[in-house]
Design a protein around this ligand. Structure first.
Ligand SMILES: [Zn+2]
Length: 476
């Protein structure tokens, strides 16, 4: 039983696959606060493990900071406060007692973390500080919620660093980019690395780098961000250190995060009409084993499947056999396909006789008969092939979505038909960006940060001098 909705009907397909792929159940009483189901949560835990390894290798430390943030903290950095206040959920009373000071449920943790940093940092030997926390975030977005794409409560990783010198903060931004790109590449995602325009910079930051993944409906999804905060928070939270000459100096800061939105990109970029397709490294079940029963050989087939499962588990693979006799083999195939299991192994009486195993790839559907003694070797290779193929296909999706657009009418036409990502020139004026948003519902996502690109013509809206070569798309 494949999905009722084909992927070409993206919105319905996405809603259906979340539940049937065991990713999210949105049938909760609270809009935008959903259950992450075992398949989805296990992928998220693999992402956590991957990032924790990267963080450890780059001297980050994990810690946990309070969920409650005093109102006064958010008020201190006015730009930051204005950026977040429309979405903040407040605790105003406890029992029947009104609180003297409202407490925010963290919409992000800069203020509470930096209040602590100010107490911890004394002199230059305390720097750099690189802390990450895994936490839930509350943003009571008033726009329409969509599971994983736009939630009011979601899980994320947020890292916050302090440095003595501005150039060290710039280097830290680059380190975070390498970490995130390693994650996204391992997940087989395609993405653009862009520097957001000034009007879309994180409230309180000098500049923001964002990672935009293409979704197959022609929109893009921001799957991570890195911000160079400069000294704006250090000023209001008094984060100072004594330098080598005994002088008091403000620190330079960065922060960066990725959230469960990454799951949405994995689902949308890799999935098909049969269900999820997961990158092998992150799949909760990497190998699904199905016996093909025939009356007389049932026991032999079952034993062969169980032996192979044990062997694969011992070799470190996440293998799962479905030996239930009350379900047909076809039903089990569909079930493993729905859950995105990268490799399926089948053993029937004929395979037993030939001392072989049938191996089926989830991403291409290709079947091959493998000698029993070669199974582990072949699996290792096929898993690498699948990961590469997913990345290649995702890169193709991104390439096909890119359009060189030099004319405002053509931009309007693109955004009202297939959508996609327009590459255009922009003068840098907010007015032209607003005009684009009004006429096409698309945003200027920014200029490329990973490669240098120069404007090639006049601003697409006002026809004045083009100052930036920008990427324009509708976003979730
Ligand atoms: Zn313009």
């Amino acid at each position: 039983m494949p999905l009722d909705n084909p992927k070409s009907d993206f919105s319905k397909w996405y809603s259906e696959i979340l539940l049937r792929g065991d990713i999210v159940d949105a049938r909760t009483p609270i809009k935008g606060a959903n259950v992450i189901l075992p398949n989805g949560y296990t992928i998220w835990e693999s992402i956590k493990r991957f990032l924790d390894q990267q963080f450890e290798a780059t001297d980050h430390k994990n810690a946990y900071f309070p969920l409650f943030i005093p109102e006064e903290f958010l008020l201190r950095e006015s730009e930051h406060f204005e950026g977040f206040v429309p979405e903040v959920a407040w605790v105003t009373r406890v029992g029947d007692r009104e609180l003297n000071q409202k407490l925010a449920l963290r919409p992000t943790s800069e203020t509470i973390m930096y209040h602590m940093y100010a107490q911890w940092i004394k002199d230059h030997s305390d720097l750099p500080i690189k802390y990450n926390q895994w936490a839930n975030i509350i943003r009571m977005d008033t726009k329409e919620t969509r599971p994983l794409l736009r939630d009011r409560e979601f899980q994320w990783s947020e890292a916050h660093t302090c440095h003595a010198k501005p150039e060290e903060a710039v280097e830290q931004v680059k380190e975070s980019m390498l970490i995130y790109q390693a994650l996204f590449d391992a997940l087989g995602l395609s993405y653009l690395v862009v520097r957001r325009p000034k009007f879309d910079t994180f409230p309180g930051a000098d500049y923001s780098i964002a990672y935009d993944a293409p979704l197959t409906d022609g929109r893009v999804l921001q799957i991570g961000t890195t911000h160079n905060l400069g000294q704006s928070f250090a000023k209001v939270f008094h984060i100072k250190y004594t330098d080598k000459d005994g002088k008091s100096q403000l620190v330079y800061q960065t922060c960066y995060g990725v959230s469960t939105r990454v799951l949405a990109a994995i689902i949308a970029l890799h999935g098909d009409d049969q269900g999820l397709i997961l990158p092998p490294k992150f799949a909760p079940i990497q190998i699904g084993l199905v016996p093909i029963f025939f009356k007389e050989d049932s026991d032999l087939v079952k034993t062969a499947i169980e032996d192979l499962t044990k062997e694969l588990k011992k070799a470190g693979y996440k293998a799962k056999a479905d030996i239930r006799e009350s379900y047909t083999a076809g039903w089990k195939f569909a079930e493993f396909e729905m859950k995105g299991v990268p490799i399926r192994l089948e053993i029937g009486p004929r395979d037993l006789k030939n001392d072989s195993v049938m191996l089926v790839r989830r991403d291409t559907g290709e079947k091959q008969s493998v000698k029993r003694s070669d199974v582990k070797k072949v699996i290792k290779k096929v898993m690498i092939d699948i990961a590469q193929n997913l990345k290649m296909k995702a890169d193709d999706i991104l390439q096909q979505m890119l359009h060189q657009i030099d004319d405002f009418e053509a931009l309007k036409k693109l955004m009202s038909t297939t959508r996609g990502i327009a590459i255009s020139n922009w003068c840098g004026e907010d007015e032209c960006a607003e005009n684009i948003k009004e006429e096409t519902s698309a945003d200027i996502r920014g200029v490329r940060e990973d490669i240098e690109e120069k404007p090639t013509g006049p601003c697409i809206v006002c026809l004045e001098e083009g100052k930036f070569r920008v990427y324009i798309a509708q976003a979730y």
